[in-house]
Design a protein around this ligand. Sequence first.
Ligand code: T46
Length: 135
Amino acid sequence: MKDYTKPFLIEFPKIGGSALGYISVAENENLPFVPKRLYWTYFTPEEVERGGHSHYDLQQILIAVAGRIQVTTELVNGDKETFLLDKPNVGLYIPKMCWRDMKYTHNAVQICIASIEYDEKDYIRDYSEFLKHGR
Ligand code: T46
């Protein structure tokens, strides 16, 4: 059984071929939650680091549909991992209570599939506050 307390990569189906191009699909059977929101980011300057927060409840999947994204994750137990997203058919599952920092190539377009609606109260933006949840 999959461990939904840790980040992991999800490979979505890649339908098609080099002659016609590809379609990738995220639907119930290959998603760990029922999506409530979709948002996307783009034109992030290369010197900018986004993220710098965790969420109490939000789970999400990040996909680099274009360009490259480096995501560093940290769990409250101190487990840190770095993922490179550079394939439009591969997403990164990020569980609740997981600190994340992201760097983007300027051409990166990131799609995020989110388990809940936007709520600023769901954010932990203070790193020392986040670490307290591991005690
Ligand atoms: C995450 C990464 C990958 C909204 O008004 N609605 C929304 O749905 C979102 C996501 C953001 N906003 C507003 C809130 C802030 O004023 O947009 C501004 C930037 O949001 P945030 O600081 O959350 O941006 P990122 O890129 O650091 O983080 C976002 C997600 O919030 C976060 O969960 O993992 O993308």
